[in-house]
Structures are given as C-alpha cells and as structure tokens.
Ligand binder design. Sequence first.
Ligand code: ATP
Ligand code: MG
Ligand code: FE
Length: 343
Amino acid sequence: MLVLGIESSCDETGIALYDGENGLLAHRLYSQVELHALYGGVVPELASRDHIRRIIPLIQDTLKAAERQISDLSGIAYTAGPGLIGALLTGASVARSLAFSLNIPAVGVHHMEGHLLAPMLEENKPQFPFICLLVSGGHSMIIRVDGIGRYRLLGDTLDDAAGEAFDKTAKLLDLGYPGGPEVSKLALQGNSERYKFPRPMVDRPGLDMSFSGLKTYTLNTWKQAQKENDATLQTKADICRAFEMAVADTLAIKCKRALEQEGLNRLVVSGGVSANREIREKLQNLMKKRRGEAFFPRLEFCTDNGAMIAYAGAQRLMAGEEQGLNFSATPRWSLEELPPIDF
Ligand code: ATP
Ligand code: MG
Ligand code: FE
C-alpha cells in the first residue's frame, strides 16, 4: 500500500510517501520559520496561506523524488489535529479532495500519534509495550503505550510544555526563534558549574510536570546578572546550560519513575524537544544503567514532518480504517480517544 502523508498542523508543510512493504520512499519539508521569525512566534493566518502555496508543489516534488505517479497512490493520510484550525483545514481539504478524485481511502491522523510513532521509521524499532515521553512545542506527556491506539496518559504538564519553556527562555534571553535549537546551541559553551536551577516537581509523587517556574528562574537570574553588570554572552550561555540540565534531569527522573511504576524497560522519546542533545544523552544513560533501551526518531523526524503522518496513517489504512467523504479538523483532541488497531 502506497500512502501519501500530509502534515500541516502548524508552521511546517511536510509531505512523505510511505510504502507498506518498502517503508519510507521519500519525504519533503518546507518550514515557514523565516516567515514567522519576524513576529517571534507563529501567526496562524500567515501559516494557513503559506501551506496553500507550498502543499501541491511539495507533493509533486515528493512523488518525483520517489519516482512515482500520483495514480500509484493507494491511500492518503493527513494531520486532522490537534493544531491550528486554518492550517489543519488546508491539509485536510487537499488530502480529502485528492483521495476523492483518485477514488482511494483517506484517513485523518492525530499529530501526536505521528510524533509518538516516529521512532518506528528507524531500523531499530521499539516493541510494545513501552513508556513514551512526548515532548514538543505544545505538549509534555508521559504515556503508556500498549499498541497503536492503546495509549494511557500517565503524566502531563501542569503549565508550559517543555518546548514552550525552551522557546520562552530563548525569548527572555533575546535569542533567536524558535528557541529550542538556539538555547541548546549556546548551552554548548556554557559552564555547568556556575548556576544550579531547580528540578521542578521531582520531590512530589506522581508523573506530572511543570516548566513555567524554570522560565521565571531564568528571568530572575538574568536580571540579577544585568544588575551586577554581568549581562554577557558567557552569562547567557551559562544560564542556557543550567536551564537545559534542569529540564533534562527533571525529564529523566519522571521517566524513571514511570518505568518503575509500570514495570517496563523500554523508553521512547519523541517530539521536537527529543532533538536536544543533553536530553538524548541523559535518557540514553538512564536506560543503559537500567539495562533497558531508549528509542528516538532521527533528528529530522523529531520536529514536525510528513513521514510520521504517512507512517501512522498507513498503519490505520492497512487496518481498514478510512473516513467518509466529509472531513473535519480537530484543534483539540486527546490521544486517549483514538481507536486501537488490532493486528
Ligand atoms: P505539538 O507537536 O505539540 O503540536 P509543535 O508541532 O510546534 O507542537 P514540534 O514540531 O514537535 O512542536 O517541536 C517544536 C518544539 O521543539 C519547539 O518548541 C522547539 O523549540 C523545540 N526544539 C526543537 N529542537 C530543539 C532542541 N534541540 N532542544 C530543545 N528544544 C528543541
Ligand atoms: Mg514547527
Ligand atoms: Fe509537532
């Protein structure tokens, strides 16, 4: 089964071709990051308009790269939510009309299921069940995964998502947008001994997380440095290092707790923040120490992409799932509502 995947939930247009037998054939990404950088964040209306401009040429480009014709397609998967409604509707309407004209099935994919299953595109795939740490721009969740569509939310963030905390911290320090990659780049030059940031919520039982306090801690530390005439690039780097280490430690402590609670020893880490070097290293070490295994997507599939949507959609289409001729987009949508797939 040859599936075209379309991702358009936020500021990235992602297109991919996934083949049920041969795996991922080709993928293309157009990032609107420069368009939104001027505003310091995603402007929804600009995002929708840009998806409209990019989506068809990108589909053509992807087909060409895979040396396939549009008539070779046997199914279409698109991101149906959660995300920005206008951006989602762009992808949904292109996907649904294309499927109608080709007389093939279409399926709406949950964006976070796409992120969660992204490590399945790698050679070394995790087996079910596992614990998934899903850390992205809009979400921070710890999930028990017993199969596709069998998700139990064990922990969530009480305020900011991990990626959001990176983005806001970057903004406070006047670094570029999006913040995650900027903070981690500068952190490389930071001195890990200079500041010690708190590890939020680790002294409390449970698996919920909170990151907004770290952002305040950053702000206060930076203000103090300014007062002391020490607002240098090195100070910024030291703050970034301390911030990143605090986030990584907190995530590792919560993951360890979740693995112990559920009696599991496989950890999947995905979503944009899983691209972070310090976080990957810390969680890799945690699993080594436990004699378990950690799984991550390749770097380019940590953030939004079409491949993860093509993969998740292909699994559902191959299981016979398809939707009628109408389509919709769901800006808010819980992973736990998804139907399970039986193999
Ligand atoms: P969601 O998936 O929750 O709807 P999103 O699609 O905007 O949100 P992703 O594309 O998964 O989020 O990831 C983007 C986020 O990942 C941003 O917040 C960005 O700062 C963060 N991020 C990207 N690279 C890194 C990195 N190296 N270190 C830390 N954070 C990073
Ligand atoms: Mg993005
Ligand atoms: Fe995402």
